[in-house]
Design a protein. Sequence first.
Length: 464
Amino acid sequence: MNATDSCHLIWLRNDLRIHDQPALFAAAQKQVPLEFVYVLDERLIGSTAWGFNRSGRRRLSWMMANVQELHRQLASFGHTLYVALGHPVDLITKRLAAGGVSQVFLNDEPGFEEQKDADQLRSFAAARGIPCSLFSGGDLFDFSQVSHFLDHQGQGFTPFRQKLERTGFVPHEPLQLPDLSRCSSSYTESIHGRDGFLVDCKQWQAQMGFKPEQKVPAHNDRGLVFELYQDLPVDSRGDFTPQPGERGGLERLHDYFFVGRSLQTYKETRNGMIGSTFSTRFSPWLAVGSLSARSIWAESLRFEATYGRNEGSEWLRFELLWREYFRHLSRLWGRRLFMPEGASTAHFPRTERASAPFEQWCTGKTGHLFIDAHMNELSSTGWMSNRGRQVVASYLVHHLHGDWRAGAAWFEHQLIDYDVASNYGNWTYLAGVGTDPRPNRVFNPDLQADRYDPSGSYRRKWTS
């Protein structure tokens, strides 16, 4: 293939899978060469106002491990996933300007930056007569279908859910795997080798000059990315290590539902803190799109068809609706989601620098064992239970009087299952600046510890 030939470019973001992948499914319908592109956004390794990078090593390592798994998966079909480091819009538009792309396909993302990126790309492509098709790849429902269920403020979750239920909305069945064997790869060195742009994972690592034994200063952002290919230590206290990639996500889904039948007791166990089955642990795969929400929904219904209706599967779908709500709320709010006052009209202090109490909270040195245990688990594994997230967020905001945005930014830095809509949506909710702005949503950490860790085993595990 040369630069004048036509291909379909698929820009992958948080949709690192080939099953139930609307953009890929649409692009593969015609026997046109396919070009798969993933850009590691340089903004993710930039610094925050609180003095730490937006993304920590564990989160970046999980992201890139999933990128590598997709690279291998596509290679089995004769395709190459091209990976670049930089600003996504700059690099994708550079690729379009090089010629040879007849159409661009991508899935919609709810974040403000991601929305802006997609708009800029579509404008650039339209000016050059290149169609740019946007799909709903991470949602249960298209935003256009349900946006009228939210007023200009977004209103609360319960009215949103009730409107969905009254109108009988159900997610579409997951899309089948497209026949990738009918579509050739669009690889051309003349385009992808230019100026170090778009190279596959191994070429990228070599071309950027990284040597496995090389030690790069921690403050060096580019060095941080290179270190992603080195194994991070696994804390033996962790109860669960997710396996990256689509296969890992689908295996976890099958094992949790149909091998252990843990879904049946999910409602009773979901507030647990120790073990590998009290929670579904689907969130790391959902965050990078190696598993789709529609697949989880569909499999929960298949579970009920096999074993009967139960509260566990119903509660899981209830929580998927919460995720859906936050995703659509993020689209509606845009930049407001990151403002101190959120949806409220009250004045909230703007804290631009980290304080000593905040640093103690981040490092698990507040002196409250229940809080410190959760923050230590987060630092060591990149994960924390849902109950723990609520308690530590409440503690920062209401006990330490910290800036909720700093807490949300720290979660963004640490969590391997970071999701912009769910993370910031939940923080605004806990801080009392969301669509249900109650200032007294306070979790008493002592009572929470007595209720959910009565034996103290969780606290001993993560503070010893």
